[in-house]
Design a protein around this ligand. Structure first.
Ligand SMILES: Nc1nc2c(ncn2[C@@H]2O[C@H](COP(=O)(O)OP(=O)(O)OP(=O)(O)O)[C@@H](O)[C@H]2O)c(=O)[nH]1
Ligand SMILES: [Mg+2]
Length: 287
């Protein structure tokens, strides 16, 4: 047996329920805004989505642009464009350029509206479904589009609990949805990336596994960040590395490293952006 197998078979009932409810509402929907996290543009894309939305017009919205490694993002933007998607990159915290969403929506729905006009029908109000895995910024996007707090947000998975219509103006209505994953996450790296970026609770994989993955991934992709932040000079052995981090952050109990504390600090530092701008999905993940 492979010791590293994460064995993620975590598809709680509420996700199955949400999926069913989305499918029920689909006939009302004109366009889907599929929200993914720019730090994990491959891992955070729901592998079940084509089964859910079939051939509805779709825009991929990559959020958290302020937190990602933009050189890697360029690759992923082109990757999805080559697959035929429209891709929009957004920093929802500092500089959400939202008009582009409406421009692309108008472009994608032009054909439908032109047909309606030919038949003498009025242009239809646009109903957009906001879909994505937990914690990618779906509700934050909605709040930005509305221009005020219309729905709850928070940096942990599972904040939105129910499907909820939100009116933007006379022309646009949005359907916010709880984050959903797909039934079996059989790619270890994808599972660990999801836990690293708080799309699934870290306990599901085990805190130590996720934190050690983050440290090893950072040492591979952004070694100076870890070395400088935590005074890591000797990186031969993971236990040594944890001890050095423990010493630097003062996670010592009874003269021994408090490993749980080290894990928690590393996770928190990554999530709160203290480990710099990072993207964990490298090109080889989709091969
Ligand atoms: N730095 C940064 N943080 C963001 C961005 N977009 C969202 N966030 C943060 O990400 C966290 C999750 O945002 P939510 O809008 O609650 O995510 P969600 O997709 O609705 O999550 P669920 O309802 O749990 O499925 C919050 O802490 C947001 O402030 C962004 O572009 N940049
Ligand atoms: Mg939400």
């Amino acid at each position: 047996m492979n010791e590293n197998k994460t064995n993620i078979n975590w598809y709680p009932g509420h996700m199955a329920k949400t999926k069913r409810e989305i499918i029920e509402k689909l006939s009302l929907i004109d366009i889907v805004y599929e929200v993914i996290d720019a730090r994990i543009p491959y891992s955070s894309k729901n592998k079940d989505i084509d089964n859910i939305i079939k051939d509805k017009p779709r825009i991929i919205i990559m959020t958290k642009y302020d937190l990602c490694d933009t050189i890697k993002t360029d690759f992923w933007e082109k990757y999805y464009e080559n697959l035929g998607y429209q891709v929009i990159l957004l920093d929802l915290m500092n500089n959400p350029k939202l008009n582009i969403i409406y421009d692309v929506t108008d472009k994608l729905l032009k054909e439908i509206n032109d047909k309606r006009k030919e038949k003498g029908l009025k242009e239809r109000k646009v109903r957009a479904l906001i879909l994505g895995i937990p914690n990618v910024g779906k509700s934050t996007l909605i709040n930005r589009l509305v221009g005020k707090k219309a729905t709850n947000v928070g940096n942990m998975p599972g904040i939105t609990k129910n499907l909820e219509w939100i009116r933007i103006n006379d022309k646009v209505e949005l359907l916010d949805t709880p984050g959903i994953l797909w039934p079996r996450i059989d790619n270890n790296t994808v599972a660990l990336n999801l836990a690293s970026m708080t799309a699934i609770k870290e306990e599901i994989l085990d805190l130590s596994k996720v934190a050690i993955y983050i440290i090893e991934k950072m040492l591979e992709l952004y070694p100076d960040v870890i070395k400088n932040r935590y005074n890591v000079t000797n990186e031969e052995d993971i236990v040594d590395i944890l001890d050095q981090i423990g010493k630097k952050i003062g996670a010592i109990r009874n003269k021994e490293t408090d490993y749980d504390r080290v894990y928690q600090v590393v996770l928190k530092d990554l999530r709160e952006g203290r480990l710099g701008k990072v993207t964990f999905d490298t090109e080889d993940i989709c091969k």
